[in-house]
Design a protein around this ligand. Sequence first.
Ligand code: FMN
Length: 177
Amino acid sequence: MEVLEAIRVRKSIRAYSPNPVPKEKLEKILEAARLAPSAENKQPWYFVIVTDPERRKRIAKSGRFARFLTECPLVIVGCGDRQASPKWYAIDVAIAMQNMVLAATSEGLGTCWVGSFDEELVKRLLKIPERYNVVALLAVGYPKKKFDLLGKIMHLIRRRKKLRNIVGLEEYGGPLA
Ligand SMILES: Cc1cc2nc3c(=O)[nH]c(=O)nc-3n(C[C@H](O)[C@H](O)[C@H](O)COP(=O)(O)O)c2cc1C
């Protein structure tokens, strides 16, 4: 799948089939993270792959908007090393995670970024060392096959700001031709 096509068709998936993510697809997704750019090439990231249902349940319960992680077969926990890159760790981890999102999309998988979680609980549960912050979680799996009319409409409408409101030509507010 072309990158622009993956960007276009991607949408947040919050209902998953229990089918596991095949190993070769997971490897491609992780390779996409590994190849991401980072400030001074510090690569201040670590990704914990969580498939264990009990652990997913604990994580899911820790956030108001993370409940669907109980049924999502794979959760990737994006950690950033504050010591390695105090200024850029969060941005670097986010770039790597969005690479994973696009790779997963092109492999026919659904994803959803999750920022709703209890960081201390996740760190304790997954034995993540103190010097890391948990930047975000990524749900990955096959979308549940059900006719999701509302989701389809929302995706078509795509509530996004107009380009003219987020881009300035030559200066802030400079009108686009
Ligand atoms: C950093 C970040 C955190 C997010 N956290 C959550 C979350 O905790 N729960 C959730 O259901 N969606 C979460 N989302 C998904 C957004 O709600 C979603 O991307 C946005 O509504 C646009 O919809 P779309 O992804 O389908 O285009 C998050 C997205 C980002 C980028």
